[in-house]
Design a protein around this ligand. Structure first.
Ligand SMILES: Nc1nc2c(c(=O)[nH]1)N(C=O)[C@@H](CNc1ccc(C(=O)N[C@@H](CCC(=O)O)C(=O)O)cc1)CN2
Ligand SMILES: Nc1nc2c(ncn2[C@@H]2O[C@H](COP(=O)(O)OP(=O)(O)OP(=O)(O)O)[C@@H](O)[C@H]2O)c(=O)[nH]1
Ligand SMILES: [Mg+2]
Length: 462
């Protein structure tokens, strides 16, 4: 039988593995009854809502104790799903957790699909679609900032903004409707067009402001793709480790140590970086190293920011010169490393090849110059890069960005229609389309396939 939205569902909501406590979550009309059948303790159907209750899970078939537990009872509608919710907190071993889930499933619940608890929160009207998407963003957040953005979205900040836009569109459509229906005044056609034009421009501006946050939002979500490059042995992996404050990459004095691309997330002075340590770039005949070097070139091309290392204790080589040339049009910081050693590099040549790029001197082994590097990164990001956003609302989700672009296009069509002197009722169609597209962000209108696709990307038990 196909899964139904009325089934009582269950899943393990904590990560699979050994832990202090695991939670088995149950939601639906039969949640309390199902729990009661495998539970010895107070009568769960009689305890007050939003209480946690001590007892034991027993296997009714054998009457054997399975685990000592705490059971939360939360009655609809003030729950995560707006349905009755039970949470069994058991000892966090794999065996007990799975055994309890099996019992729950054999006594009337079915296994939840990924994201199905949150899907119900959406279908039952507790969250809108962009808030539901924020739940998963929150779980996947890799930096403090992206977490804050997701939390704001979960609190409904983006939804409010979108709803505001939609209300304004509806108001203008209503106004236009009235004007069309009661063309008592001569100037009504002209007035209507003027009103439409003003409003369309205003709304388009607000949508574009939102779209402007998307770029920064993407960085906050995915981290600024930052490639650490330089010829072999300049200290790339040492820099990665130093920024991470841990020894992640292998560092040796053998040139060609790093063979593949290593990716790590780190927050440097408030800027979330996706650091990419690469194999030192040089012409090589070693097959394995060759593949690594090829990947490094790709990482270089895709990077938002380049940290280019130069060895201050050696003369510039042709490889250095090539890398300086290859990155000259990119956002980059040149790091002159190994300043603890006697200087051998020609500073004048380096300066001329560096052009406008900032050169920072470091001795990574002695932790010197790292503060300056951090400051330069945040300066480039916050002051030179991307403007900060309004209202703490930031669009980070590809689906939302796509819809905003389409809404923006619809408004361009409105404005073009007005300029071309099209009849008002045709212009209205584009305005209505804009309203509908915005509604897809909050899920005021949606198709079932979209829901399936969105929620299937969620964790099990969420
Ligand atoms: N044990 C446990 N911890 C958890 C969750 C959970 O479901 N269970 N959460 C789940 O992801 C998160 C918390 N989020 C939640 C959001 C809303 C409601 C909820 O019951 N909302 C009701 C009542 C609010 C109220 O009492 O004021 C509502 O909005 O109607 C519960 C948890 C994180 N921690
Ligand atoms: N004296 C000195 N040595 C350094 C400094 N930074 C790194 N090194 C040393 O340089 C050597 C190479 O460092 P790595 O970090 O492995 O260099 P890499 O660029 O990742 O090298 P490949 O992966 O081979 O391309 C190691 O012996 C480091 O300890 C520095 O500031 N001063
Ligand atoms: Mg290395």
């Amino acid at each position: 039988m196909a899964n139904s939205e009325n089934d009582t569902i269950a899943a393990i909501s904590t990560p699979v593995g050994e832990g202090g406590i695991s939670i088995i979550r149950i939601s639906g009309d039969d949640a309390i009854e199902v729990a009661q059948r495998i539970y010895k303790g107070k009568d769960l159907s009689k305890v007050a809502s939003h209480t946690i209750n001590y007892g034991h899970v027993i296997d009714p078939d054998t009457n054997q104790e399975v685990d000592e537990v705490m059971v939360s009872v939360m009655r609809a509608p003030r729950t995560y799903t707006r349905e009755d919710v039970i949470e069994i907190n058991c000892h966090g071993g794999l065996l007990a957790t799975n055994k309890i889930l099996q019992l729950v499933l054999s006594f009337g619940a079915r296994m939840a699909e990924p994201g199905e608890f949150t899907k119900r929160a959406f279908l039952n009207g507790r969250l809108d679609l962009s808030q539901s998407e924020a739940v998963m963003d929150l779980i996947r957040a890799k930096t403090d900032k992206s977490m804050k953005v997701a939390l704001n979205q979960l609190d409904g900040d983006l939804s409010r903004l979108i709803r505001h836009l939609r209300k304004d569109i509806l108001d203008v459509l209503a106004q236009v409707e009235v004007n069309i229906d009661y063309p008592e005044y001569d100037a009504v056609e002209e007035m209507t067009t003027k009103l439409l034009k003003e409003k369309a421009e205003d709304i388009q501006q607000r949508i574009q402001a939102l779209l402007n946050t998307a770029k920064q939002g993407k960085v906050l979500r995915d981290g600024l793709a930052t490639a650490i490059i330089g010829r072999p042995n300049v200290g790339k992996s040492s820099l990665l480790n130093s920024l991470l404050h841990e020894d992640k990459a292998i560092v040796t004095n053998v040139a060609g140590t790093t063979r593949d691309v290593i990716e790590e997330y780190v927050n440097v002075n408030g800027v979330p970086l996706k650091l990419i340590d690469t194999a030192g770039i040089r012409d090589t005949s070693d097959q394995v190293e060759k593949i690594g070097v090829e990947r490094s070139r790709k990482a270089l091309e895709a990077a938002d920011l380049i940290l280019l290392l130069i060895d201050s204790s050696a003369a510039l080589t042709d490889e250095d010169r090539q890398l300086l040339e290859a990155t000259k049009d990119k956002q980059r910081i040149i790091i002159l490393n190994k300043t603890d050693l006697p200087l051998a590099v020609d500073l004048d040549e380096l300066k001329s090849l560096a052009g406008k790029s900032t050169v920072i001197e470091t001795s990574i082994v002695n932790h010197e110059g790292m503060d300056q590097l951090g400051k330069q990164i945040s300066h480039m990001f916050f002051n030179e890069g991307i403007e900060s956003s309004q209202n703490n609302v930031m669009v980070t989700n590809a689906r939302h960005i796509g819809l905003l672009h389409q809404a923006n296009d619809a408004l361009s069509d409105v404005l073009k229609g007005i300029n071309d002197g099209m009849p008002v009722d045709l212009v209205q169609i584009d305005m209505t389309r804009c309203w509908e597209l915005l509604g897809e962000i909050t899920g005021d209108s949606y198709q079932d396939e979209l829901l399936d696709q969105l929620f299937s990307q969620f964790c099990l038990g969420k």
